[in-house]
Design a protein around this ligand. Sequence first.
Ligand code: ZN
Length: 200
Amino acid sequence: MNNLTEIEDLIKIISKLPGLGPKSAKRIVLKLINNREELIKPMAKILAEVYKNVSRCTICGTLKSNSIECSYSDCNFIDEKFDKICVVENISDQWSIESSNIFKGYFHILGGTISSAGQNNEDLLVSSLAERVKKDKIKEVILATSATVEGQTTAYYIQDSLKNLNIKITKLAQGLPVGGEIESLDDGTLNSAFKNRKTI
Ligand SMILES: [Zn+2]
């Protein structure tokens, strides 16, 4: 790969993706350069569009089109009114919970955990959670962070940030396997963790 810094840079970027290392990154890049028209061209186009048009809402943390301003009033994206809000680390956790149909309510996506690498506490959407709780007259906040040290530290931090609000705070039940990330749980485990959630 003499002087092909583009390829080296691409391998470096792809190997940063979850579940991929330098070896699989090289395989992916090889596949890409062998399929310029079918893969590289449309991928470059859609990546540019996603970069330009999609971002995280700075209040609820969900993905939104940049053309829509996510104000407090339409932040929930749904007309139905709920009095529960489920706090998760990442949008993939929300997708898992939604697809298992165990929870009806709003979501709040923190955007990570407190001590995960490179994660600054200020990057987590914590203060906007309290604002939403007040504005939407939320009665219960369900902490659905992972059963990892970081996830539990984050849950404690959120609990502390909400302590002056007169609301019920619950946490998913112990049934959660230690080290379990919400997105990797099966529907049955998620269901029982929600059903048996404990007030903290
Ligand atoms: Zn929002």
